[in-house]
Write a protein that binds this ligand. Structure first.
Ligand SMILES: Cc1cc2nc3c(=O)[nH]c(=O)nc-3n(C[C@H](O)[C@H](O)[C@H](O)COP(=O)(O)OP(=O)(O)OC[C@H]3O[C@@H](n4cnc5c(N)ncnc54)[C@H](O)[C@@H]3O)c2cc1C
Length: 412
């Protein structure tokens, strides 16, 4: 959205992608936005713990060993905790995902003798930041996906920061569609998907207009899809996922200050009342119009915060920032905006994957996409793009291999 107070486009939700998000990177390339995300050359995440700053960072060692020096030297763990974390990391690396699907990551960590400090320093910050839920609510399979693809694999690790607002990137996607002979209709929502004798016939828009179609790819969330379909179709196609996938909130707090207060573009706090801080001004190239320094706090699994007023949340953030970014005490807060996303992402709880549908459903001509469908990924931009590739592959039947195997390399 455009914020007139600070003359800046602001993302409602601050987004980060990891180097392992190959389909999303392929999507950016296809729409001419390859440079929209700037990737750090390797993993390097400042982590505040016990009032001190530590660094979880890659070394030149190959494979999962690349984090070993950091684990041994940078993190505030005893030698026995480090050894135990290494054993658990090796077990996670080699576990078959099928054995992890029905157990919470918390239970899995207990089985692997991870004590409270090791969880707080190593496992929990990554789980909360990537899965938007605590280890007690996510499956060990979802945690394994994140740790294997985005942390332990050297080539998949590394954070990517958006260089421009997401709205600019979606505008490029629209241009891509139009340049290829398509039309993007952004002013009219879909009122109903018209189905006759088990076959889609078209879309009724909220304007009353009818668009005839024998093939439709739906990319709306399951709750919206349920309201668009005839009742029996909704019960079969959308309701199982709607009931199984529980949402989890994220609260983003945007603060504009008269000076920079962070020493780096991002840090995570393991044991503070705030989780992740971004220096948005430093993350993005200078815009020429921005007058103030933009700091964003992203709070995942933020149910508690939903109950607080904006003023209370801003106060809490400034208070929590004080010991971690002392310059905040002398900075002047020019403007603040609190944005609540009560259902930001779905929780990848044990067992939910079996309720995530594949693109082909019981209605002929209707194909399902969206991050909530069966992508093998948690609720992410990567999952959303993969779902679109899968559904389009099925709908056009032009690349069944791509649709079956989630082979996204043609997009890269
Ligand atoms: C605050 C926040 C932070 C996040 N951070 C990250 C991150 O750092 N990294 C990451 O990878 N992911 C992140 N995510 C998750 C990511 O944004 C989602 O996984 C992704 O956007 C899902 O895409 P989607 O296309 O499946 O669904 P959506 O983005 O929900 O899109 C569905 C669209 O359907 C539209 N729609 C609904 N009903 C209708 C209708 N009747 N007619 C027409 N249109 C309709 C909606 O308006 C919406 O635009 C974050 C999410 C939030 C909320």
């Amino acid at each position: 959205y455009w914020d007139p107070v600070v003359a800046e486009y602001v993302d409602y939700g601050v987004h980060v992608v990891m180097r392992c998000c190959e389909a999303f990177r392929g999507f950016l390339k296809r729409i001419g936005e390859s440079d929209a995300v700037s990737f750090a050359p390797s993993l390097s995440i400042p982590l505040w713990c016990g009032g001190r700053r530590h660094l979880l960072r890659s070394s030149p060692l190959p494979g999962p060993l690349h984090l070993l020096p950091s684990l041994l030297h940078d993190l505030p763990l005893t030698w026995s905790q480090r050894l135990s974390a290494m054993r658990a990391g090796a077990a996670l690396w080699s576990a078959s995902p099928g054995t992890l699907a029905d157990v919470t990551f918390d239970v899995w960590l207990s089985h692997h003798r991870q004590d409270a400090q090791t969880r707080a320093v190593l496992w929990h910050p990554v789980v909360i930041a990537t899965l938007n839920a605590p280890a007690s609510r996510v499956s060990a399979a979802a945690a394994q996906k994140v740790f294997l693809d985005g942390v332990l694999q050297r080539r998949g690790a590394g954070l990517g920061f958006f260089q421009r607002p997401l709205s600019r990137i979606s505008a490029s996607a629209v241009s891509y569609i139009e340049a290829h002979g398509g039309t993007a209709s952004l002013r009219s929502a879909v009122h109903k998907i018209v189905v006759q004798q088990g076959q889609v016939r078209g879309l009724r828009l909220t304007t009353g207009e009818f668009l005839e179609a024998d093939t439709i790819i739906s990319a709306v969330p399951p709750k919206d899809l349920a309201s668009l379909l005839p009742r029996t179709a909704a019960m079969e196609v959308a309701l199982p996922a709607q009931q199984a996938l529980k949402g989890s909130p994220i609260v983003n707090v945007h603060l504009w200050l008269d000076r920079p207060v962070l020493d780096e573009v991002l840090w995570i706090a393991a044991d503070a009342p705030i989780q992740t801080a971004f220096d948005v001004t430093r993350l993005r190239p200078p815009s020429g119009t921005a007058r103030y320094h933009h700091l964003a706090i992203s709070q995942s699994a933020a149910s508690e915060w939903l109950k607080s007023s904006d003023a209370q949340i801003v106060d809490r953030c400034l208070h929590a920032l004080a010991p971690l970014a002392p310059r905040v005490a002398s900075a002047h807060l020019v403007h603040a905006r609190v944005i609540r996303h009560p259902q930001a992402t779905f929780i990848p709880a044990p067992g939910v994957d079996r309720h995530r549908p594949r693109p082909v459903c019981g209605i002929r001509g209707l194909y399902l996409a969206g991050d909530w469908t069966a992508t093998g990924w948690p609720s992410t931009l990567e999952g959303a793009v993969r779902s679109g590739i899968l559904a389009a592959g099925r709908a056009t039947a032009s690349s069944s291999e791509m649709a079956d195997g989630v082979d996204v390399t043609p997009m890269l």
